[in-house]
Design a protein around this ligand. Structure first.
Ligand code: ATP
Ligand code: MG
Ligand code: FE
Length: 386
């Protein structure tokens, strides 16, 4: 089954052609990062208007890249939530309209479920082997534990089977990606925060190694809090964010008043940057210590849950799954347990339409369809069983 997937939940516009939920024929993503970087984050109205400008060219490019004709497409899928309402409306409406025009089945896809299904994707023009569409060689093994860590979500989810989700824990405040983005603003490193902080952390760690010190020393250079919330699988990242803000504020206050005034950029977010420029803070070491604080909690909690629920595999999903330090640490934690680990290639961790085409397959294969009255659901969550 060849599916055209469409993604427009936030500031990425994506279209992809995916066969049988796994094989990727084409994938096109137009990102608005440069536009939103100017504001330090995503501006919803700007994002939805940009979706309108990008969506048709992106779909045309995906069709072209796969040398695909409309007669070859079996179904159309588009994200209907969660995300920004204005952005979601663009992809959903275009998807439904194309399905109507081409007389194809249509299905709306849950963006979070799609982040999980990025782990089923593989490159190349393959197809289903045999008749069991549920399990193919190379698929993640059930029962599995999914760590969903994105810009707006941080959840530990037990997945018994396709579509069978049990929520083990979630963030009580900021999402992991949100913490990276906010701290990046404090440090003046720009948007999106995750890649910027990872890069700075790497610089600090490389420098330490060159000075015959250990990577771990760099990661412990600043003492930052970790919210373990013991006895639960919940997360909390607002404490470490506030600690970073306090460090930046404290350093900024200790600067001579005339210097502080002279370097006042915007009200609060660039304080860390100013302090760093005047040698009060080491931004690279701060980035390393902050990243370690986030990775530490995510990896340890995931390992504990993997042990308790005796899963066969852990999968990472969402933008923060692109983090190299997290991937390494996660592998270290799981190795002694003999639990497999997988994560999507970097480009398929953040928003893309390939994962939409993959998730759609596992619903379409069950005969599910959506009517043309399907509306966007900005607050949609995974369909938890209990
Ligand atoms: P959601 O999927 O919850 O609706 P979203 O779609 O905005 O939110 P994603 O696109 O999945 O989120 O992920 C974006 C987030 O991933 C951003 O917060 C970004 O900083 C973070 N991120 C991207 N790359 C990295 C990285 N290498 N390390 C850490 N975080 C990263
Ligand atoms: Mg994005
Ligand atoms: Fe996302």
């Amino acid at each position: 089954m060849l599916i055209l997937g469409i993604e427009s939940s936030c500031d990425e516009t994506g279209a992809a052609l995916v066969r049988d939920g796994r094989y990727l024929l084409s994938n096109v993503v137009a990102s608005q990062i440069d536009i939103h970087n100017r504001y330090g984050g995503v501006v919803p109205e700007v994002a939805s208007r940009q979706q309108i400008a990008s969506i048709i060219p992106v779909i045309e490019a995906a069709m072209q890249q796969a040398s695909c004709r409309w007669e070859e497409v079996d179904a159309i899928a588009a994200t209907y939530g969660p995300g920004l309402a204005g952005s979601l409306l663009v992809g959903l409406t275009v998807g439904k309209t194309l399905a109507l025009a081409q007389k194809l089945p249509f299905i709306g896809v849950n963006h979070l479920e799609a982040h999980l299904y990025a782990n089923w994707l593989r490159a190349g023009d393959g197809q289903l082997v045999g008749t069991d569409w549920r399990v193919q060689e190379g698929d993640p093994l059930f029962p599995l534990l999914a760590l969903v860590i994105s810009g707006a979500h941080s959840e530990l989810v037990l997945v018994h089977e396709h579509g069978s989700y049990e929520l083990l824990g979630q963030t009580r405040d900021d999402a992991a990606g949100e913490a990276f983005d906010k701290v990046s603003r404090i440090l003046g490193l720009g948007y999106p925060g995750g890649p910027a902080i990872q890069k700075m952390a790497q610089q600090a760690e490389d420098a330490y190694v060159q000075q015959q010190k250990s990577v771990n020393q760099a990661r412990k250079a600043y003492r930052l809090p970790r919210a373990w919330i013991r006895g639960t699988y919940d997360f909390s990242f607002s404490g470490v964010k506030t600690a970073m803000l306090n460090l930046a504020e404290g350093a900024s206050r200790s600067m001579p008043a005339e210097q502080r005034a002279a370097t006042q950029v915007t009200q609060y977010t660039r304080m860390g940057e100013q302090a760093a420029q005047h040698g009060e803070l080491d931004v690279a070491l701060l980035a390393s210590s902050f990243q370690e604080a986030i990775v530490d909690v995510l990896a340890v909690k995931t390992r504990l849950a993997a042990e308790e629920f005796r899963v066969k595999q852990v999968i990472l999903a969402g933008g923060v799954a692109a983090n190299l330090s997290l991937r390494q640490r996660m592998a270290q934690e799981l190795k002694p347990l003999g639990v497999r680990l997988s994560y999507p290639p970097i480009d398929f961790c953040t928003d893309n339409a390939a994962m939409i085409g993959s998730a759609a397959f596992f619903h379409l294969a069950l005969g599910e369809r959506h009517g043309f009255d399907l509306d966007v659901q900005p607050g949609l969550s995974l369909p938890f069983k209990k």
